[in-house]
Design a protein around this ligand. Structure first.
Ligand code: CAA
Length: 394
């Protein structure tokens, strides 16, 4: 029989600061409606120089353990998905391992494939558990990224930052995934990239949208051909959300492949997708974590009514690789979601003016020109034998 494996708990972390996109629009001389309804975004989270993918990942994982009741001692595999790592060699996972005191017997590595790295981590963790290699242990998958585009570029209003930590185990409380039932699509395209030493992404924006839709079509087609995949309808679908409108375009495309007219496909968006876009529209693109932020948003608002219901998940990573898969929300999810307080970290955030945001970006550039540390990671100091990473919540 197929093992029951999936996502047991979810936690987020976001930087302290955010910019209201209505204010950014004003500063850029663009009608606010372009960002708010044209792109479907409200805010973008902005990381300060002392907030990086390591601090975001550790804060999300700490919150995951505190809120879910799980213990770091249970973890036998830890994968960090990121496309904004802090080192070309040492994985973010090594910092996470140290700061969380994960067992020395835990396998750790980082997964990079643009926004697909988190899904690569999640599906590898699911297969590790389903194969029996886990021997009763759980996996920690953390997606962590800071999305930066040049100031005043078309991508600027789609920036964001944050981390999503996922606890993956047998008999999961939130979402049981259809193990081994995924539709994959890969192709070598040059839609979005970040050459070594560039902190800001380069993107062929309109082409990237087309690549996303082509990859969705390929992955969805592969998924639909799997035995039994379409036997039961997907009542909701979470998409990778570089910006809200992209999920709307994706859903229309997918439901038209199902044979719906454009009008019916668009009408189904409100029920099938919109509840998953609340958190993404308040945080921005978090790259590897973006699909899981959408899932967190959906469960945060609808876990009770979705008990026992099937939902679809679509992950896209530029370059590109995409995967379509599905899972079933578990009856315990609603009670656990209340304890997880998924959107809790957003409550303490502070609004930045556009001038403050631009100042942070300037400081960020200077932070990067500091000489590389020779022994320990930048920001890591040893206080009485305890490793402390600056910016991590204690
Ligand atoms: N009021 C309401 N809507 C308005 C408007 C107004 N005043 N002005 C324009 N709009 C609408 C447009 O009609 C358009 O809608 P449609 O897409 O439905 O046609 C929408 O707002 C955007 O307008 P433009 O196409 O003119 O926007 P742009 O060219 O300035 O930038 C973008 C759009 C190319 C997506 C840009 O934001 C970008 O480059 N973003 C980064 C790349 C990205 O996110 N790509 C997504 C696919 S790749 C991926 O998913 C990986 C990843 O995470 C990066």
């Amino acid at each position: 029989s197929v093992p029951d494996v999936g996502i047991d708990a979810i936690a987020l972390s976001v930087p302290r600061g955010y910019v209201e996109l209505s204010e950014l629009a004003e500063a850029r001389g663009v009608p606010p409606s372009k960002y708010l309804s044209g792109l479907g975004m409200r805010r973008m989270a902005i990381a300060a120089p002392d907030e990086d993918p390591v601090t975001l990942a550790v804060n999300a994982a700490r919150r995951l353990f505190e809120r879910s009741g799980a213990s770091p001692a249970e973890i036998g595999l830890c994968i960090v998905g990121t496309e904004t790592a802090v080192d070309h060699s040492k994985p973010v996972t090594a910092f996470v391992h140290g700061l969380l005191d994960l067992p020395s017997t835990c396998r750790i590595f980082e997964a990079k494939h643009a926004c697909f790295g988190g899904t690569a981590g999640l599906l590898s963790a699911v297969d590790w558990i389903a194969s029996g290699s886990a021997r009763g242990r759980a996996a920690l998958v953390v997606c962590t990224d800071i999305a930066r585009y040049p100031l005043r570029s078309a991508g600027e209003p789609t920036q964001g930052a944050g981390a999503v930590a996922l606890l993956v185990r047998e008999k999961p409380r939130l979402l049981s995934l259809d193990v081994g039932q995924t539709g994959t699509f890969a192709r070598d395209v040059h839609d979005f990239w970040r050459p070594l030493h560039h902190k800001e992404a380069l993107v062929d924006g309109h082409y990237s949208v087309q690549c996303y839709l082509d990859a969705l079509e390929g992955a969805y087609d592969a998924w639909r051909r799997l035995d039994g995949a379409t036997d039961e309808p997907l009542v909701r679908t979470c998409y990778h959300v570089p910006y809200g409108k992209m999920a709307r375009k994706a859903h229309r495309h997918r439901r038209m492949i199902d044979g719906l007219t454009e009008e019916v496909a668009d009408a189904s968006f409100v029920v099938e997708v919109e509840p998953s876009l609340d958190l993404p529209s308040r945080i921005g693109n978090v790259y590897t974590g973006s699909l899981y932020l959408a899932l967190a948003s959906l469960l945060n608002t609808q876990a009770r009514e979705l008990a026992g219901r099937r939902i679809g998940l679509f992950s896209y990573g530029s370059g590109c690789c995409a995967e379509f898969f599905a899972g079933r929300t578990n009856p315990e999810a609603a009670e656990l979601v209340t304890r997880l307080q998924i959107d809790g970290p957003l409550r303490d955030c502070q609004r930045l003016t556009v001038a403050e945001y631009e100042r942070l970006r300037a400081e960020d550039a200077v932070a990067d020109s500091r000489p590389a540390p020779t022994r320990a990671a930048e920001g890591t100091v040893n206080e009485g034998g305890r490793a402390v990473y600056l910016g991590v919540d204690s």
